[in-house]
Ligand binder design. Structure first.
Ligand SMILES: [Zn+2]
Length: 134
């Protein structure tokens, strides 16, 4: 069945016509790219258009974000252990309360970007840890 946009003039550019079709759509989350094949109506002139809402696609997008968050949490655990820090010591460096780190590692809270960036820098330059402790 054709969508309500099929064969309609494109209001986005005013020059083309929309046609039903599929298109690869990319969305980024924390620098990781999620690609999905989206059904919709797309302009034959400007290539812009409308994407139909798809529950399976929405679920896949949410699962992708969850996976990125879980990988980030696993990375924090790995770096903390590499630096031989307890969760409490890590929380002192990162701020956010004494239980913050255990909450990050269990996925109960999302660390702000500064925390992730700090630990990635320490991962690459563990010798800087002594500067922070001084
Ligand atoms: Zn157009």
């Amino acid at each position: 069945m054709a969508s309500k946009w099929n064969d309609q003039p494109c209001h986005l550019c005013g020059a083309g016509t929309l046609h039903d079709g599929v298109k690869w759509v990319e969305q980024a989350y924390k620098g990781k790219v999620f690609k999905s094949e989206s059904r919709g109506a797309f302009c034959d002139h400007c290539a812009d258009g409308f994407v139909e809402f798809d529950q399976d696609e929405e679920s896949a997008w949410l699962a992708f974000r969850k996976q990125v968050d879980a990988a980030e949490a696993a990375d924090l655990v790995r770096i903390r252990k590499k630096l031989k820090l307890s969760q409490l010591e890590a929380a002192r460096l990162a701020g956010g309360g004494k239980n913050a780190f255990s909450r990050y590692e269990r996925g109960q809270a999302k660390p702000v970007a500064a925390v992730i960036n700090l630990f990635r820098l320490l991962d690459a330059h563990p010798e800087l840890l002594s500067d922070l402790r001084a």
